[in-house]
Write a protein that binds this ligand. Structure first.
Ligand SMILES: Nc1ncnc2c1ncn2[C@@H]1O[C@H](COP(=O)(O)OP(=O)(O)OP(=O)(O)O)[C@@H](O)[C@H]1O
Ligand SMILES: [Mg+2]
Length: 347
C-alpha cells in the first residue's frame, strides 16, 4: 500500500502536466500515517506536509508596493530575523523585495550577505547627506529579487546628527519614495519594502515609521514580552496624527515560540485575545537553524530550506501576502491606546 502511494507520489512529482495543486495533494496523501503517541514522527509528518504545501509556491503581487516597518523597541525580540526571513521568503516566491537596514547594528545587512563595511554607500548617506537611494542598493547574493539598502557603523551617529536637521523625521521617506517611483516608472516595481528598526523609539525609528504604511510587530513569546507595547502603539498613533496618516499596525507575529512551555502558550493566547485580526496564525518556533543562519551571511531560507524555522517563515510570508494589500482597517485607524495586555504571571 505504502509502495503504491509512493509510486503515485513520484509520478505526480515528475509529471509536469499535472496541475500544481493536484500534485501537492497526491504528494501529501502519500505521506505515511503518524499517530500522536509518537510526537517526533508526528512532527516530521507535519513538516513534510508543510514542505509540500509551501515549497515552490508563487505569491500574488500586491496591487501596489507594500512598505512595512518591522518595529518593537524591546531588544532581541526577532525584528531583524523576521525582516530578513520574511523578505527572503517573499522574494523566493517570485516577488521583488527591498530590505532597508535602518539599524546601526547592521544585522540585517549581515544576514543578507551584503557588503556593509565602513565606507560602503548606505542608509546613512541617504539620511544625513540627502543622497539618492539607488547607488547604495545591493542585490542579495543568494536570492534573486531580494535587495538591501545596507547600514554601516556610520549610522550610529545619525540619531544625534538628525536632531538639528531640516525635515528630520521624513528624510528617509522622501528618498525612498523617489527611488520607488523611479523603479516603478522603469517597469521594475518593488512588491514589498521591509524596514528593520533599532531597539528604541528614537529618530531612526521615527524615520522608519514615516516611510512605512504598515507596522509589523514581532512579539517574543517570553515573560515581559508585552511590556512596552502600549508605548509602541502610542508612538504609532502620534506618527499617524502628525507625520504619516497612512500608518497602521497591520500585523503581529509571535516569535521564538517554544512549544514545551506553558508560558509561551499563555503569551500567545493573550496576544491573540487582544489583537485577533492582526496576529498571524503562524508562529515562529524557537529554532537553532534560525539563529545559526546569520553567522553564514544567510537567511534560514537558504541556510536550511527544509528546517521547521524556514517553513514557518515561508508560511508567515504566505499569510502576509494573502492578507493582501488592503489594510485591515481601511480608514487608516490604528489599534487604540491603552490596550496593552497585563503582564504575564510567571510559571
Ligand atoms: N525563532 C528563533 N529561534 C531561535 N533564535 C532566534 C529566533 N529568532 C531570533 N533568534 C535569535 O535571537 C537573537 C535576537 O534576534 P534578532 O536579532 O532578530 O532580534 P532584534 O529584535 O532584531 O534585536 P535588536 O533589538 O538587537 O535589533 C538573535 O541571536 C537571533 O539569532
Ligand atoms: Mg535587530
Amino acid at each position: 500500500m505504502l509502495a503504491a502511494q509512493q509510486r503515485t507520489a513520484v509520478t505526480a512529482e515528475r509529471n509536469i502536466d499535472v496541475p500544481d495543486d493536484d500534485r501537492r495533494t497526491v504528494l501529501a496523501e502519500a505521506l505515511p500515517e503518524a499517530s500522536d503517541d509518537t510526537p517526533l514522527m508526528a512532527e516530521l509528518r507535519l513538516d513534510a506536509q508543510r514542505r509540500i504545501e509551501l515549497r515552490g509556491r508563487r505569491f500574488a503581487p500586491p496591487p501596489q508596493t507594500r512598505v512595512i516597518t518591522v518595529a518593537n523597541q524591546k531588544g532581541g525580540v526577532g525584528k531583524t530575523t523576521t525582516t530578513v526571513n520574511l523578505a527572503a521568503a517573499l522574494a523566493q516566491a517570485g516577488l521583488k523585495v527591498l530590505v532597508i537596514d535602518n539599524d546601526p547594528q547592521g544585522n540585517a545587512s549581515t544576514a543578507l550577505g551584503v557588503d556593509h563595511r565602513a565606507g560602503t554607500k548606505s542608509v546613512y548617506e541617504v539620511l544625513i547627506d540627502g543622497d539618492p537611494v539607488e547607488p547604495a542598493v545591493q542585490e542579495c547574493p543568494d536570492i534573486p529579487g531580494l535587495f538591501c539598502l545596507p547600514a554601516t557603523i556610520d549610522l550610529s551617529g545619525a540619531e544625534i546628527e538628525l536632531v538639528s536637521m531640516v525635515a528630520r523625521e521624513s528624510r528617509l521617506r522622501r528618498a525612498v519614495d523617489e527611488y520607488l517611483a523611479q523603479q516603478e516608472a522603469a517597469g521594475a516595481r518593488f512588491d514589498y519594502v521591509l524596514v528593520d528598526c533599532p531597539p528604541s523609539l528614537g529618530l531612526l525609528t521615527v524615520n522608519a515609521f514615516v516611510v512605512g504604511r504598515e507596522v509589523l510587530i514581532p512579539i517574543q513569546c517570553e515573560y515581559y514580552a508585552l511590556e512596552g507595547l502600549s508605548q509602541l502603539l502610542k508612538t504609532v498613533t502620534l506618527i499617524q496624527a502628525h507625520l504619516n496618516r497612512d500608518l497602521h499596525v497591520s500585523t503581529i507575529l509571535l516569535t521564538m515560540y517554544d512549544t514545551r512551555t506553558n508560558l509561551a502558550r499563555q503569551v500567545a493566547d493573550e496576544v491573540r485575545e487582544h489583537f485577533p485580526d492582526k496576529t498571524l496564525a503562524t508562529t515562529i518556533p524557537r529554532s537553532v537553524r534560525i539563529s545559526e543562519a546569520p553567522s553564514y551571511g544567510q537567511t534560514v531560507l537558504t541556510y536550511d530550506a527544509g528546517s521547521s524555522g524556514a517553513l514557518a517563515y515561508l508560511e508567515a510570508a504566505r499569510e502576509l501576502a494573502e492578507r493582501g494589500a488592503a489594510p485591515t482597517q481601511p480608514d487608516g485607524q490604528t489599534i487604540t491606546e491603552g490596550t496593552e495586555p497585563s503582564r504575564q504571571e510567571d510559571q
